[in-house]
Design a protein around this ligand. Structure first.
Ligand code: ADP
Ligand code: MG
Length: 240
């Protein structure tokens, strides 16, 4: 199968500090790929490079057979940043409509997508509220809805369920499974091991290096242990 994300020998430095070192990563469609690693290991830096918000110091990245960065790719990538980028003075509906219009969705399609995305994150009854009145969890949910608004082929979600209660978390994962069954490509970062278990493939990152990758069961087998938490500790991570 043609991969939809290819990261090839990517390094990234900020000044003298090398934050990513020779990272290789391949993600195929119809897969939930989890990038796991402790805080500060380089997950956000890597996803920003994949989305095209920043450029690697070395190496190259292709998404859907197109070299990143590329303006046309933006339409095809739904990105949920780790810190919410929302308009506080606007209502949730206005935020969604703003992004929907950026992606040039037709009016009718906009209405449908806003309805779908709001329902998915359980915000339908809050759509008329200004974002400044939202809790942290509600903002996360709205950011996720925005990432889905244009029905993108590739979803890149940076710690999507932080601050979201367990019940909603479960329904979001259910929807991610449905989207992957539709053939979409989903890359999520997490430092929560129970979420890592839900991914089809995992890559563990530590100090900017990809230390191991495989399915959750392959990783457990490789290290001869029962839980991913232990794999992570054995592979040199802190699990947090
Ligand atoms: P994670 O998402 O895994 O927590 P990050 O990618 O956010 O990790 O950060 C990895 C490292 O890169 C950290 O040490 C962080 O301080 C550093 N870093 C990230 N962005 C910048 C930047 N713009 N300038 C300098 N250092 C940065
Ligand atoms: Mg991060």
């Amino acid at each position: 199968m043609t991969p939809s994300i290819v990261v090839n020998q990517v390094s990234k430095s900020f000044g003298k500090k090398e934050v990513l070192q020779n990272v290789d990563l391949t993600v195929v469609p119809g897969q939930i790929y989890g990038l796991i690693g402790p805080s500060g290991s380089g997950k956000t830096t890597l996803v920003k490079l994949i989305v095209g918000m920043d450029r690697p110091t070395k190496g190259d990245i292709q998404v859907l057979d197109t070299a990143v960065p590329n303006l046309k790719l933006l339409q095809k990538i739904g990105y949920m940043a780790q810190s919410d980028a929302l308009y506080n003075d606007l209502t949730a509906r206005e935020n969604l409509a703003f992004f929907a219009s950026l992606f040039k969705l037709k009016k009718q399609e906009q209405t449908k997508r806003i309805e779908y995305a709001a329902d998915l994150v359980n915000l339908t009854s809050e759509l008329s509220k200004k974002v400044q009145a939202f809790s942290g969890g509600m903002k996360r949910r709205l950011s996720l809805a925005i990432a889905l608004i244009q029905n993108p082929q590739v979803l890149i979600l940076d710690e999507p369920t932080v601050g979201i209660d367990p019940e909603l978390r479960l329904s979001i994962w259910k929807e991610l499974y449905r989207l992957k069954d539709e053939g979409k490509t989903i890359l999520v970062t997490t430092h929560v091991m129970d979420e890592a278990e839900k991914c089809d493939q995992l890559a563990m990152i530590r100090d900017g290096r990809l230390i191991t990758s495989g399915s959750p069961s392959q990783l457990k087998e490789q290290y001869g242990i029962q839980s991913l938490e232990e794999v992570f500790l054995k592979a040199g991570g802190s699990g947090q």
